[in-house]
Ligand binder design. Structure first.
Ligand code: PEP
Length: 244
C-alpha cells in the first residue's frame, strides 16, 4: 500500500498510475493500493477504472458532513471507490496532535461509512531505545478495542510503523519487525485468537524494493505500507514483485 502523503500533480498521478498498472497486472495475487492526496482521488478513480489497484485515503474527518471547513469525510470517499483509509499515521499523531482516543473515534467513523481503516501504530526512537515498543503498540491497539470492540478488527488492517523508520531510510530489520508483529498477534489473541491470526499486519518504515523480500519472508508480516518509495514507479514495482 502506497502512501503518497502531500505529493503529486495531475501529470505525476497519470504517469505513476500508468506505470504501476504493469506490475499490478503481472502480479495478480498481490493486493496493490495507493493513497493519493484527496484532490487527486477523482483523477485516480478514472484512471484505475480498468485496474485491480485499490484506492485509499490518508485521513478522514470525524464528521460526515456540515460546517467543518477543510475536512473530508469517509462517506465522500465512497463516491471515489476508496476502500481503505489510513488512521493514526505518526505524522497525524505528531503534527496534528491526534491522540489514541481521537484515532479510535476516527477508526469507528471510517468503519461506519463502510470503509476499511488501516490503523497505524508504532513507537518513537526514544520509546524504542527504552524498550517500550510493546507497551506503546498495545496502548494504541487497546484504545481502538475499548472504543470499537475486538471484532472491529475483522474489517481492518494494522500497519506497524516504527516512527524512527518512517522517512529516515532506517528500515527495521526483518527480525525486529517480525518480533513486534508476533507480539501484536499475541496481544490480540488475549481477546480473540481467530482475529489475531487473521488480521493483516503491514510493516511500514523506509521499505524499498531491496528490503521488501526479506520483510515479506517473515511469517507475521503480511505486506508493506510504503511512503517515499511509493512515489517511484520502479521502486514500488519492485516491492509489488517481492510480494508475489
Ligand atoms: C509512511 O509514511 O507510512 C512511510 C512508511 O513512509 P516511508 O516509507 O517513506 O518511511
Amino acid at each position: 500500500m502506497g502512501n503518497w502523503k502531500l505529493n503529486g500533480s495531475k501529470t505525476m498521478v497519470a504517469e505513476l498510475i500508468k506505470a504501476l498498472k504493469v506490475p499490478a497486472t503481472e502480479c495478480p495475487t498481490v493486493a496493490v493500493a495507493i493513497c493519493p492526496p484527496v484532490l487527486f482521488l477523482g483523477q485516480a478513480q478514472t484512471l484505475l477504472a480498468d485496474s485491480a489497484i485499490i484506492l485509499g485515503a490518508q485521513d478522514a474527518s470525524l464528521n460526515t458532513e456540515g460546517a467543518y471547513t477543510g475536512e473530508n469525510s469517509a462517506r465522500m470517499y465512497s463516491e471515489f471507490d476508496v476502500q481503505y483509509v489510513l488512521v493514526g499515521h505518526s505524522e497525524r499523531r505528531t503534527l496534528h496532535q491526534e491522540d489514541d482516543a481521537l484515532v479510535a473515534e476516527k477508526f469507528a467513523v471510517i468503519q461506519q461509512a463502510g470503509l476499511t481503516p488501516v490503523l497505524c501504530i508504532g513507537e518513537t526512537n526514544e520509546q524504542f531505545e527504552a524498550k517500550e515498543t510493546q507497551a506503546v503498540v498495545e496502548r494504541q491497539l487497546q484504545a481502538v478495542i475499548d472504543k470499537c470492540g475486538i471484532t472491529a478488527l475483522n474489517k481492518a488492517v494494522i500497519a506497524y510503523e516504527p516512527v524512527w523508520a518512517i522517512g529516515t531510510g532506517k528500515t527495521a530489520t526483518p527480525e525486529i519487525a517480525q518480533q513486534v508483529h508476533a507480539d501484536i498477534r499475541a496481544f490480540l489473541a488475549n481477546s480473540d485468537a481467530e482475529i489475531a491470526n487473521k488480521v493483516q499486519i503491514l510493516y511500514g518504515g523506509s521499505v524499498k524494493g531491496a528490503s521488501a523480500a526479506g520483510l515479506f519472508a517473515m511469517p507475521d508480516i503480511d505486506g508493506a505500507l510504503v511512503g517515499g518509495a511509493a512515489l517511484n514507479a520502479d521502486e514500488f514495482a519492485a516491492i509489488i514483485q517481492a510480494g508475489a
